[in-house]
Design a protein around this ligand. Sequence first.
Ligand code: KG4
Ligand code: ZN
Length: 330
Amino acid sequence: MRVLGIESSCDETAAAVVEDGVRIVCSEVASQVDIHHRYGGVVPELASRHHVEAICPVVEAVLGGCGMAPSDVDAVAVTQGPGLVGALLVGFGFARAFAFGLGIPCVGVNHLLGHVHSVFLDPERDPPAYPFVALTVSGGHTALYHVVDSLTMILLGQTRDDAAGEAYDKVAKMMGLGYPGGAVLDAMAVQGKTGGLVFPRALLDGDSLDFSFSGLKSAVARFLSEDEGATSCMDIAASFQEAVVDVLVAKAFLAVEIAGCSDLAIVGGVAANRGLQRRAAQMASDRGIRLHIPPVSLCGDNAAMIAAAGFHYLKAGKTLALDADVFSRA
Ligand code: KG4
Ligand code: ZN
């Protein structure tokens, strides 16, 4: 079954064709980063307008890339939420009209379940075995889930304030590194030293699976204003990254222990972080846990993961009702 996936929840307009939930036939992502860069974050109204401009060309590029006509598509899967409502509505309206015109089914996919399905799309790696634990860590979300089957995720813990990627973006902005700042800070952290400069790690005591990153962000802001440029940016990036990674890794493996699982998936934009990948791989090997992280191209928002998850909605007969709407919050 060839599913056309559509994703427009934030600042990426994406389309992809995925076969049977696991094989990417073609995938395209049109990023709006250049548009939002100058504002230091995503401007929702601008995002919606640019999705309107990008959606048809992106879908045409994907179908053209697969050598497929619209009539070769068996079903459509679209992100229904969470995300920016105006942005979601562009993909949602397009997908429903496309499916209606062709008389094929359309399913609405939870964006976070989509991220989890990104680990099933790597042809080089064995997929995780259910049940497993998933750490979804991006600019909008930081949460731990017990993934029971292809459609069921039980929330184990989540951030009480900022998402980890949001903390990266805000710290990068304070340091004048532009938006989004995760990849830039990651590259700087590799060159820095962590000794001496210790930023706070919130909620590490006890067995809470919740996260909090706003105190860390404020601590970096305070340090930057008092330091007045005396400390190397590389060292600040390395110390900040170490604090984020310490917390993410400790809680992810605590969740694996509490849930009694042997597989851990780390997904979302921040899963591309080299420091996080290195530490998680070390811990997984020490504890005999199988670690699954998608290739970098599938860590950030994309439509292949939506088509992959959508395949399971279709198998379960969960097609959209005529009056279905998008939703903003998880
Ligand atoms: O999943 P994604 O593309 O969009 C959301 O759903 O939010 O994630 C984007 C986030 C941004 O906050 C970006 O700074 C962060 O992922 N990010 C990284 C890295 N690459 C992207 N954070 C840390 N290290 C990276 N290498
Ligand atoms: Zn996302």
